[in-house]
Design a protein around this ligand. Structure first.
Ligand SMILES: NC(=O)c1ccc[n+]([C@@H]2O[C@H](COP(=O)([O-])OP(=O)(O)OC[C@H]3O[C@@H](n4cnc5c(N)ncnc54)[C@H](O)[C@@H]3O)[C@@H](O)[C@H]2O)c1
Length: 459
C-alpha cells in the first residue's frame, strides 16, 4: 500500500514538473516542436488500396465483433488475427474459415503483434486490445508501413497523443480513432442539420459516457478496466460523448479547443468493486464515480462532458447541440426544438416556449436533412449487419471506402489526440484543485486551414 501511495505521489510530482501554472492561473503542458521536414496530416490522402488487408490485434469481446462485422464490409478482407490468447485467435480463424476467408494467426506472446505488423498481406492494423496496449502496437505498425485504426479511447496520456501525431506525420500513415458514436443515426442527421444552419450557430454542446458497467466488470481480460479505474483519476472514456459534438463544432476545422476544467465526486462505488473482487479493503481507488469536464474553444463556444460508469444511472451519451436558434438532444428522448411564434397571450405558467419536434414530426423534419454518407443502401446494410444498432458497420464501411479511394479519412490523428487528451488533462485539473488547463494545439498551427467538418467522396 505504501508503495502504491509513493507511486501516486511520484506520478503527480512528475506531472506538475512537466506542466506549470502561469500568472493567469492556467496550467500549460509543453508542445513539442514539429521535427524539421515533417508535415501535418490535415486532409492527408494515401495511395488507394483496392482490397484492404486488415490485421486485427486483440480479439476479446470488441475485436471478435469487429472480425464478424468486417466480413460483411465491402473493399476489405481480414488477412491476419492476433491475440495473446491462442484460443481466442483460433475461434476467430474458424469463424473466418466458415465464411470462406483464410487469415494468418499470430499469438502466444504479448509481442506476437509485431509479426502481424510485419506481414506484407496487412495494410491496416485494427487494434482492439485493452487500453495500455493500444499505443505501442499502433506505433510499431506505423513504423512498419501500416495504417492504423485504434479502438476508443485510443491513447491514455498526453505523451501517447504526441507520439501518435508525430509518428503518423513522419511515416505518412493514417492513424484513425474508431469512434463509432460519430456514426449513429441521430448524430449523423443532427450534424447535417447543424451544417445546414437549422440550429443557427451551434454555441454549446454536451456529451457523456454514462453507462452502468455492473454486468461487464468481470468480463475484461485480466481485469484491465477496473485496474485502470483504480489507478487513474479523470475522465477515462471521453470520446463517445465528445467526438460527435467536436465534429458539429468544427474542431480543428475553423475552431479549436483552448481550455478545460474538471471536477469529480469521490470514489464511492469503485472501492466496493475492488473489495468484492479481492475480499480486502480498498483505500487507494482513484477514479471518482462521476467526473465532469467543461471545455472552451477559441471562438467562444463551450462543451460539457461527463463520465459515470459506476452508478445505476440510465445509459446516456447526452449528445446535445445548443444553437442560437435551435436545439437537438438525443437522451432520454430524441427531440429537436426550434424557435416558435409567440402567442398573443403568453401563459407565463408555461415553462417551454419553443416548438418541440418528437416522434413522427421529428422523423419528418430530420428526413429533410439526410447526412450525405447515409445512403438508403448503406442504412439498410447497417441495420442488417448491426453492431450497436448499425453505427459500427457504418464506421467500418466509411474507413474502407476512404482507403479504397485514397481519400482523407473522416477522423484524423488530430481528432484522436484532441478527444483522448481529455483523460490526462482532466486529471491534471483535478489534481490541482480544478484549475483550468490549456489544451494543446496538436495541429501545431493548422487548425484553421480547413473550414468546416466534411466527408470526402470519390469523384
Ligand atoms: N467503441 C465501442 O463501442 C467499444 C465497445 C467495447 C469496447 N471498446 C474498446 O475496445 C477495446 C477492447 O475492449 P474489450 O471489451 O474487447 O476488452 P477484452 O478484455 O474483452 O479484450 C481485450 C483483448 O486484447 C488482448 N490483448 C491484450 N494485449 C494484447 C497484445 N499485446 N497483443 C494481442 N492481444 C492482446 C487480450 O488477450 C484480450 O483478448 C478497448 O479499448 C475498449 O475500450 C469499444
Amino acid at each position: 500500500m505504501k508503495a502504491t501511495r509513493f507511486l501516486v505521489v511520484c506520478a503527480a510530482a512528475a506531472m506538475l514538473f512537466a506542466s506549470c501554472a502561469h500568472d493567469d492561473g492556467i496550467i500549460r503542458t509543453p508542445t513539442p516542436a514539429r521535427p524539421a521536414g515533417q508535415e501535418d496530416m490535415i486532409q492527408f490522402r494515401a495511395e488507394p488500396i483496392e482490397n484492404v488487408g486488415v490485421g486485427i490485434v486483440g480479439v476479446g469481446d470488441r475485436g471478435s465483433g469487429a472480425v464478424d462485422r468486417l466480413t460483411y464490409v465491402p473493399g476489405c478482407h481480414i488477412a491476419a488475427v492476433c491475440d495473446i490468447e491462442p484460443d481466442r485467435v483460433q475461434k476467430n480463424i474458424d469463424l473466418l474459415a466458415s465464411r470462406g476467408q483464410i487469415a494468418t494467426p499470430y499469438s502466444g506472446s504479448d509481442e506476437a503483434y509485431k509479426q502481424l505488423c510485419e506481414d506484407p498481406a496487412v495494410d491496416l492494423v485494427y487494434i482492439c486490445t485493452d487500453w495500455l496496449h493500444h499505443v505501442p502496437i499502433a506505433l510499431y505498425a506505423m513504423e512498419h508501413g501500416k495504417h492504423v485504426a485504434i479502438e476508443v479511447p485510443s491513447a491514455e496520456t498526453l505523451q501517447a497523443c504526441w507520439d501518435l501525431v508525430n509518428t503518423s506525420e513522419r511515416t505518412r500513415q493514417h492513424c484513425i480513432i474508431l469512434e463509432n458514436c460519430c456514426y449513429d443515426f441521430f448524430e449523423l442527421t443532427a450534424l447535417a442539420m447543424a451544417q445546414a444552419g437549422v440550429f443557427g450557430e451551434v454555441i454549446h454542446a454536451e456529451g457523456a459516457y454514462n453507462h452502468n458497467l455492473d454486468p461487464f466488470w468481470n468480463g475484461y481480460w485480466h481485469n484491465w478496466r477496473l485496474d485502470f479505474n483504480q489507478t487513474h483519476r479523470g475522465d477515462l472514456y471521453p470520446t463517445h460523448g465528445f467526438g460527435p459534438v467536436c465534429q458539429a463544432l468544427n474542431i480543428h476545422r475553423g475552431d479549436r479547443l483552448t481550455t478545460l476544467v474538471s471536477m469529480d465526486t469521490d470514489p464511492f462505488n469503485g472501492p466496493k468493486l475492488v473489495e468484492q473482487r479481492t475480499g480486502k479493503p480498498c483505500t487507494d481507488f482513484q477514479n471518482g464515480d462521476v467526473t465532469m469536464t467543461m471545455l472552451r474553444t477559441a471562438k467562444g463556444k463551450t462543451i460539457l462532458i461527463e463520465h459515470d460508469v459506476m452508478t445505476p444511472r440510465p445509459y446516456d451519451r447526452m449528445y446535445q447541440l445548443v444553437g442560437t436558434d435551435g436545439y437537438a438532444g438525443k437522451y432520454p428522448v430524441e427531440e429537436v426544438c426550434l424557435r416558435a411564434e409567440m402567442p398573443e397571450d403568453v401563459n407565463y405558467q408555461d415553462l417551454d416556449f419553443e416548438k418541440v419536434y418528437t416522434g413522427a414530426e421529428l422523423e419528418e423534419l430530420m428526413a429533410k436533412y439526410p447526412n450525405p454518407i447515409l445512403t438508403p443502401e448503406l442504412k439498410a446494410m447497417a441495420e442488417e449487419v448491426g453492431g450497436h444498432g448499425g453505427m459500427d458497420f457504418i464506421m467500418d464501411y466509411r474507413l474502407m471506402y476512404c482507403l479504397n479511394h485514397g481519400l482523407p479519412l473522416d477522423m484524423d490523428v488530430y481528432d484522436l489526440a484532441e478527444w483522448c487528451c481529455v483523460t490526462e488533462l482532466s486529471r491534471i485539473s483535478l489534481q490541482n484543485g480544478c484549475k483550468p488547463v490549456e489544451i494543446p494545439d496538436f495541429t501545431r498551427g493548422a487548425w484553421d486551414r480547413v473550414k468546416g467538418f466534411s466527408y470526402a467522396f470519390a469523384e
